[in-house]
Design a protein around this ligand. Structure first.
Ligand code: IPE
Ligand code: IPE
Ligand code: MG
Ligand code: MG
Ligand code: MG
Length: 324
């Protein structure tokens, strides 16, 4: 059976094989940098694992899986501009290293590259793969716009937050699993279950990303801890804290959110303290567990022999216990 590490190596090998023997160098160097600087590769690994549940020959899933990873990396280039993030995977972000215009254009080139790779999918399933991918790519843009809209509001209901993360993050994880089901001819019912499973896993994944953005250790995380606090991002933590009925905590949070000039370390420390006082870390962990359990239930209902599911189960657990 295929483990995470087997899949990871297959993905790395195929990413390395992409050649960018084109000019100008200024456009392609950031693309090579982005694809070679690390990353967990969870989306293409999920495609490979989903495919392997139904078909041992991995060939048909490789190109769409690589396309999904390139698409994900494209979103990160633009996301880091939008979030004003200077670090990713323990390295400087593209817009910091080469400037914003380069990050926009190299990101655009990666989106096109993603389509070129997905277009190499076997013709018999290409139409279905593309239709899932197109809808997903559009929804990611919608989620990213909501994420920016919500930076400017002072309160948000948890349901609106959940819709936003479903769009910006969960749908791509869902599509990665569903596409593995499509390339392996798993059948409509299983493909649907894989998609639902991916949505639940993706929700847990973004909730955990929000949690780690506050509580991770800087070096393990690879991104600047506290970045979401500085940008007033409506993470699950901030959304929940603003919705609790403690008026003192709420006005203290609103005060920090409205400050134009502040010491970044001081703001991070103060907001983190408010989260702890309100028991927000525990609430977040509970939500993560809730979605993780739903994803495991979906996996249980997938119509394939139980012994085939063990690698996916251990991969879920690995994702859930991650530090970055
Ligand atoms: C980061 O995704 C963006 C989110 C949806 C939270 P990953 O945590 O999968 O990033 P890499 O690819 O492993 O760096
Ligand atoms: C990521 O959300 C969503 C997309 C990149 C589409 P975040 O902004 O939380 O991701 P990180 O934390 O920068 O990786
Ligand atoms: Mg973002
Ligand atoms: Mg970001
Ligand atoms: Mg984040």
């Amino acid at each position: 059976m295929l483990s995470y590490s087997d899949c990871y190596h297959i993905i790395e090998k195929n990413l390395k094989a992409l050649s960018f023997e084109r000019h100008p160098e200024e456009l392609y160097e950031p693309v090579r940098y982005t694809l070679s600087v690390g990353g967990k590769r969870i989306r293409p690994v999920l495609s490979l694992m989903a495919h392997a549940l139904f078909n041992d020959d991995l060939d048909p899933v490789i190109m769409p899986a690589i396309g999904l990873e390139v698409f994900h990396n494209f979103t990160l280039l633009h996301d880091d501009i939008m979030d004003n993030a200077s670090m990713r995977r323990n390295s400087p972000t593209v817009h910091v290293k080469w400037g914003q215009s380069t990050a926009i254009l190299s990101g655009d080139a990666m989106l096109i590259l993603a389509y070129q790779l997905i277009a190499k999918t076997d013709k018999k399933v290409l139409h279905e793969v593309l239709s899932v991918f197109n809808q997903t790519a559009m929804e990611v843009c919608e989620g990213q716009q909501l994420d920016m809209n919500y930076e400017k509001v002072s309160t948000l209901c948890v349901d609106d937050y959940l819709t936003m993360i479903r769009l910006k993050t969960a749908v791509l994880i869902a599509a990665s699993l569903a596409i593995g089901g499509i390339t392996s001819y798993a059948g409509d019912e299983n493909i649907n279950t894989l998609y639902q499973l991916g949505l639940n896993l993706g929700m847990a994944f973004q909730l955990q990303d929000d949690y780690l953005d506050v509580f991770a250790n800087n070096r393990d995380f690879g991104k600047s801890v506290g970045g979401d606090i500085l940008a007033n991002k409506k993470t699950f933590l901030l959304t929940s804290a603003l919705n609790v009925s403690n008026t003192d905590a709420k006005s203290e949070l609103l005060k920090w959110m409205s400050k134009e000039y502040f010491d970044p370390e001081q703001k991070i420390r103060a907001v983190k303290q408010i989260y702890e006082d309100l028991n927000i870390p525990e609430m977040t962990r509970q939500r993560i567990t809730e979605y993780h359990t739903k994803a495991s239930d979906n996996l249980f209902t997938l119509k394939v022999s139980p012994d085939k599911k063990s690698e996916l189960i251990s991969f879920f657990n690995k994702i859930m216990s991650r530090e970055h």
